[in-house]
Write a protein that binds this ligand. Structure first.
Ligand code: BTN
Length: 245
């Protein structure tokens, strides 16, 4: 992983799928970037609508890392790069793996692990990062998505190649720190989770809603919820919203 490596695709179905399908041929630390995706994958089986103008990237990891560190690397790198390009925006991390501006999502992370064919052992992973840069308000209205982009927030058009280069620098730096000092990356990720300490409503994968105080985050990425009866419950996934008073 001495040299920066990037593979740029004009169009693909999904950079995550591409990276996983070609995993053996791609070096550790390579970034796969697509100008657009026809079948972008989101979390929990959702689609990630991917027209030209945004970042669709997958970073290939071949070193052993705790799966939670994948999300930490992706989220912190997206956050850091967005802050470089739009320093005045209030950008924050929303558990488990979203980047928000105020109350709207601007970026999402989807990490997927890789196992060689016929094996159930993981030999690496890809960190998929989607960042809304240049799509306008119409895009979110037409697709019924409660999101935002850098251009909507700042009226500033972003050069995708320059942004991708900064993103890659940030990912490589964070990846190296995660390998050498995972505690540091966890602490940075925890610090940026703005809803920590707040009363929240968590919708589980089953659709069940549960209210409580978002009291802590654990090193494995799980959310600790303090329930009204004083009990503690931990969650590995779910959608969080702030409880209306
Ligand atoms: C989410 O918030 O649901 C995660 C979205 C992740 C989207 C990115 S775009 C690049 C990479 N390739 C995909 O198919 N998905 C991720």
């Amino acid at each position: 992983m001495n040299k920066k490596k990037i593979i740029i695709l004009d169009k693909t179905d999904s950079t995550n799928r591409h990276a996983l399908a070609n995993f053996a041929k791609i070096d550790d630390g390579t970034l796969i970037l697509a100008r657009e995706q026809s079948s972008g994958r989101g979390r929990r089986g959702r689609k990630w609508v991917s027209p030209p103008g945004n970042i669709y990237a997958s970073f290939v990891i071949k070193r052993k890392l705790h799966p939670a560190q994948l999300t930490f690397i992706g989220a912190l790198s997206a956050l850091g790069t967005l802050r470089q390009y739009a320093p005045a925006l209030p950008i924050w991390l929303k558990w488990p793996n979203d980047v928000f501006v105020k109350s709207l999502k601007i970026a999402g992370i989807l990490s997927e692990t890789h196992s060689p064919e016929g094996s159930n052992k993981t030999d690496g992973a890809v960190i998929g990062i989607g960042i809304n840069l240049n799509v306008d308000k119409d895009f979110f209205e037409t697709n019924n998505l409660p999101g935002t982009s850098v251009v909507v927030e700042t009226v500033k058009h972003i050069d995708i190649d320059l942004f991708a280069d900064s993103l890659q620098n940030n990912i490589l730096k964070t990846y190296l720190t995660a390998c050498e000092n995972p505690e540091e990356i966890f602490a940075l990720w925890k610090k940026e989770n703005l809803l920590l300490g707040k009363e929240i409503e968590l919708v589980q994968e089953s659709g069940q809603e549960i209210k409580g105080v978002f009291s802590d985050l654990e090193k494995d990425g799980s959310l600790v919820l303090l329930l009204s009866d004083g009990k503690i419950q931990k969650f590995h996934s779910g959608d969080v919203s702030v409880k209306a008073k």
